[in-house]
Design a protein around this ligand. Structure first.
Ligand code: EPU
Length: 308
């Protein structure tokens, strides 16, 4: 893809970073070109330096979580931030707090180990806690906003804010965060249960996912949001699109709302397959499907606060 990485200010280069990392290694789907600059702060203070430096130099940046809900269509020349804040949870009474880089499934397991119930549904959803908060991840009638009691984040100006959620901030698979906000940590209020029955519920949820969703092929979870009152997977299925394959990219034969990578799917194959699915569903059902996944395209220079 076009676009050369811009030289970066020294202050940024002092932070832990890596160069030229393929998105195949940074996303569960395994599609995309190169991440030219991957910054991996290990403290909140380093993350703050990252955001403030980018702002000062008018550098757009992107924030990566666990890469499980992301489709990257090309190379990314802007600096990419991926937090590495350690793996410690903190329990206070019935509240459990974890850093944004904590694994989502690992957090559900940590809650179970504490005998805390309320995150069982999360045990089959990969990615990071930060990504799950940003998109208000959910399954089986539950979603993050139901248990979230506090969260910390950096504003696009690099200010650190801690707050309680307010009505309207989170909705179905989305939140008020812009692409330039950085979630730092989140706290869930859970209820006392016992580890054994919590784990049994987790096994049940994971089993249900195992039978209805593709497990053995790389994917990014559900690709499209369910339109109000409808089910994207059902619409795609009824349009006869399951099994539609372009190279190594395929509409999963198991669940219509999953596009899978058989190993070497290219950016072009994936972009084209998504476009074809949307077009056919529009033609057949008159419904416009909206991506549920985050999509990163190659991006032109623009001010830091209007990130891609
Ligand atoms: N269905 C079909 N054909 C298909 C797929 C589904 O007929 O190809 C039917 C199923 O038989 C079922 C209904 O559609 O009757 C609902 O299917 P499912 O239970 O799989 O739920 P979904 O609405 O497709 C949502 C979430 C999933 C979450 C499941 C379980 C969205 C976009 N998807 O899927 O979340 O795991 O419910 O709670 O909201 C994700 O966020 O990435 C994700 C996969």
């Amino acid at each position: 893809m076009k676009g050369m990485p811009r030289p970066l200010p020294d202050e940024l280069l002092q932070l832990p970073h890596r160069r030229e990392v393929p998105f195949a290694r940074l996303t569960t789907l395994g599609v995309g070109g190169l991440c030219h600059w991957l910054f991996e702060p290990t403290t909140e203070a380093e993350a703050q330096v990252f955001v403030r430096t980018c702002l000062r130099h008018d550098l757009p940046y992107r924030v990566l979580g666990g890469g499980s809900n992301l489709v990257v269509l090309g190379d990314v020349t802007e600096p990419v931030l991926r937090l590495r804040l350690g793996a410690k949870t903190e329990r206070r009474g019935l509240e459990l707090t974890a850093p944004a880089s904590y694994g989502h499934i690992a957090l559900a397991e940590a809650a179970a180990a504490e005998g805390l119930s309320g995150l069982e549904w999360a045990s089959g959803i990969p990615g990071s806690l930060g990504g799950a908060i940003r998109m208000n991840a959910g399954a089986y009638g539950c979603e993050w906003v139901q248990v979230l009691t506090r969260y910390r984040f950096l504003t696009p100006e690099g200010e650190l804010v801690e707050k309680v959620p307010e009505p309207g901030e989170f909705h179905y698979r989305g939140s008020w965060f812009t692409a330039a906000h950085v979630v730092l940590s989140a706290t869930a209020r859970l209820v006392q249960g016992d580890s054994e029955s919590i784990r049994a519920q987790m096994v049940d949820y994971r089993g249900r996912r195992g039978t209805s969703q593709p497990r053995s092929k790389r994917n990014a979870g559900c690709i499209f949001k369910n339109p109000p009152g409808q089910i994207a997977g059902q619409l795609i299925d009824a349009a006869g699109l399951k099994g539609l394959r372009l190279g190594d990219a395929e509409v999963s034969p198991e669940h219509g709302n999953f596009l899978v990578n058989h190993g070497h799917a290219t950016v072009e194959e994936f972009a084209e397959l998504m476009a074809q699915v949307r077009e056919r569903v529009r033609e057949i059902h008159g419904v416009e499907l909206e991506p549920e996944v985050e999509i990163w395209r190659e991006c032109c220079d623009r001010p830091a606060k209007r990130n891609c």
